[in-house]
Design a protein. Structure first.
Lengths: 199, 216
């Protein structure tokens, strides 16, 4: 029983630190930071219906984990919902609601790094350290019946360092970095589309 | 420190995860629009035409795969295949990729892997090192499930082609096209060898009535 105790402690700790020590790296085109706050006057009906197709790539291949990929897609939808509140002209596409424009966003979250080292890191409960770079790439197409489609692109990236010792330095976790990076990428896409939609 | 069985499964897991070849998608390939147009022809004949598929041209570092179907509705076609194949062959390959996804082959594999992983994790509480054995057990299970799924996907492909008014010969030609270039079909962690592709093409020709094998 005494031998089991460290493993039982290490497992929850590993879950706790699995996404900590995040560092924001890049954001392109980075329009979100220069955008003025949203105007309070909201239009009666949204002009653009937004469709999101999220996916997760791990080491250049689609992630196979059944729960992991669904969790990632769910998180991405939540981030888009949060960002859409700042853009009254945009709304998620629903049945029965028609908007003149349609914006299809393909959101890709890809994880790069050393696959073997990352596997070892997970198997050793984060005793073996590893580093992963997460890229968020958004490709969007704005269409309107009869008009040629317009395409937009936004990217963001951050680094995740995994090791059990990060548990001791909570000020380095920066747990909001993944969602902030994705939300800024969404904002970049919507700002670009907003310029083309505006009369 | 890890017990001896733990180190053994760790070493085997590293070997297994290092062996799986991957197709790397090419962003904004010039032929991307052509593939999407072919996919658009297929989707109205499926049960859920609004489903989104990630169809991409892929570079194959080891040059062994021609068609890849992966989780999250991904269909990859090797760059060499896209450059050399005509529309009929590409359409048949895309239909086959869609058939794998429509038959929920990845959900079946994922569920089998999940149950197995849970069982190994539970067993690991009693046998040291067993909790990591799913890294080996997962690929083995996929190898057992894979061939049965191929037969089902082949039948579904022929159904879709019939609905689209295309002859079964297109699919037989597509499989032979891959086999002649020594390319394999990869579905998740399993791959069909060129010899296997040839025998599947022969089976399709035998199954199809004589009048249906000729292109219209």
């Amino acid at each position: 029983m005494q031998r089991r105790l460290p493993v039982c402690l290490a497992l929850p700790c590993a879950f706790l630190v699995s996404s900590c020590a995040n560092t924001h790296l890049t954001q392109h085109p980075g329009l979100a930071s220069s955008r003025p706050p949203a105007s309070p006057s909201a239009p009666a009906a949204p002009a653009v219906s937004v469709v999101l197709y999220p996916r997760k790539l791990k080491f250049n291949a689609p992630a196979t984990g059944f729960l992991g990929s669904h969790r990632s897609a769910y998180a991405m939808r939540g981030r888009l919902n949060t960002v859409l509140k700042e853009f009254p002209a945009f709304a998620l596409e629903r049945e029965g609601v028609s908007a003149p424009y349609r914006l299809v966003i393909e959101a890709t979250q890809s994880i790069d790094g050393n696959k073997s080292l990352s596997t070892l890191c997970g198997m050793s409960k984060y005793l073996i350290p590893c580093r992963e770079e997460h890229q968020i790439v958004m490709d969007a197409v704005l269409t309107r019946g009869g008009q040629s489609p317009k395409t937009y692109e936004a990217t963001g990236s951050y680094r995740v360092r995994k090791h059990l010792l990060w548990l001791l330095v909570p000020f380095k976790w920066h747990r909001d970095v993944p969602s902030r990076t994705a939300m800024d990428a969404f904002r970049d896409i919507l700002i670009q589309a907003e310029r083309d939609v505006a009369p | 420190m890890l017990p001896r069985s733990g180190w053994v499964s760790l070493a085997l897991a590293v070997l297994v995860c290092g062996c799986a070849p991957s197709m790397r998608e090419i962003r904004k390939h010039p032929q991307q629009a052509r593939l999407e147009a072919l996919l658009t022809e297929v989707l109205p004949h499926t049960r859920y035409p609004d489903k989104h598929y990630w169809i991409r041209v892929a570079e194959v570092p080891k040059g062994k795969e021609g068609l890849g179907s992966y989780a999250q509705r991904h269909i990859y076609l090797a760059e060499s295949v896209v450059k050399e194949a005509d529309d009929d062959i590409l359409r048949a390959l895309i239909v086959h990729g869609v058939a794998h996804h429509r038959m929920h082959h990845f959900n079946q594999r994922g569920m089998a892997g999940f149950v197995q992983q849970a069982a190994f994790k539970a067993g690991g509480q009693f046998v040291p090192g067993l909790s990591n054995a799913h890294h080996i057990g997962g690929p083995v299970t996929e190898q057992l499930i894979g061939p049965r799924q191929e037969g089902g996907a082949d039948r579904k492909t022929l159904e879709y082609l019939e609905e689209m008014g295309r002859p079964p010969e297109d699919f037989a030609r597509a499989l032979e096209f891959l086999a002649e270039r020594n390319l394999a079909e990869r579905v998740g962690g399993t791959a069909s060898s060129p010899a296997g592709l040839k025998s599947r093409a022969q089976r399709i020709r035998k199954r199809a009535p004589a009048g249906e094998t000729a292109a219209p």
